[in-house]
Write a protein that binds this ligand. Structure first.
Ligand SMILES: [Cu+2]
Length: 150
C-alpha cells in the first residue's frame, strides 16, 4: 500500500471518529435528541393529540399538501411532547421555530422526536421543504399556555 493511501485512510478514520464524538458530545452537552425512525403503522396517520399525564403529551402530526394536522396544539407549560410525524403525500419539512427540531415528513414512514416546552408562548411549526405551490402557507402552531388552575 502506498504511503499516501495509508495517510488518507488514517485521516478518514480520524475524521469519522471526530464526527461520531461530536454527535455524542452534542447529544450529552446540549441534550439534543436525534429523531427516530419508527416502522410504519396506520395508527400514526390519524392526526391527534393524546394526553398521557399532566406533563406528557403525544402529538400525531400528519403533513399533507398544504397543511399540518392538527393545526393547533394546546399544551401547558413544562410539558414534554412526543411528536410522531408522517405525510399523506409528498415529502414535507417539520421545523418548530425556537426549538431544536428539524424533521422530514415522509409518506410511509414515521419520524419521532421529543420536545420540552418550558416557556409559554406560540411556537410556529413550518414546512421547510419545498412541497408545491402552497408550500409557503403550510404551518401549524403549538400554543403553550400557563398551567390551568386546579
Ligand atoms: Cu412545504
Amino acid at each position: 500500500m502506498d504511503k499516501i493511501e495509508k495517510r488518507i485512510i488514517i485521516s478518514s478514520l480520524a475524521l469519522m471518529g471526530l464526527f461520531v464524538f461530536s454527535l455524542l458530545y452534542a447529544r450529552n452537552k446540549y441534550k439534543s435528541d436525534v429523531p427516530e425512525c419508527l416502522p410504519y403503522d396506520k395508527a400514526y396517520s390519524e392526526p391527534k393529540v393524546t394526553k398521557l399525564d399532566d406533563k406528557t403529551y403525544q402529538v400525531f402530526s400528519v403533513a399533507q399538501m398544504w397543511q399540518f394536522q392538527p393545526a393547533e396544539i394546546y399544551i401547558p407549560v413544562g410539558s414534554e411532547v412526543d411528536f410522531y410525524l408522517t405525510s399523506k403525500d409528498v415529502v414535507h419539512g417539520f421545523n418548530i421555530a425556537g426549538k431544536n427540531v428539524n424533521m422530514m415528513a415522509v409518506y410511509g414512514a414515521i419520524n419521532k422526536t421529543t420536545v420540552k416546552f418550558d416557556e409559554p408562548g406560540v411556537y410556529d411549526i413550518i414546512c421547510h421543504e419545498y412541497c408545491g405551490i402552497g408550500h409557503q402557507n403550510m404551518r401549524a402552531q403549538v400554543i403553550v399556555n400557563y398551567p390551568s388552575a386546579k
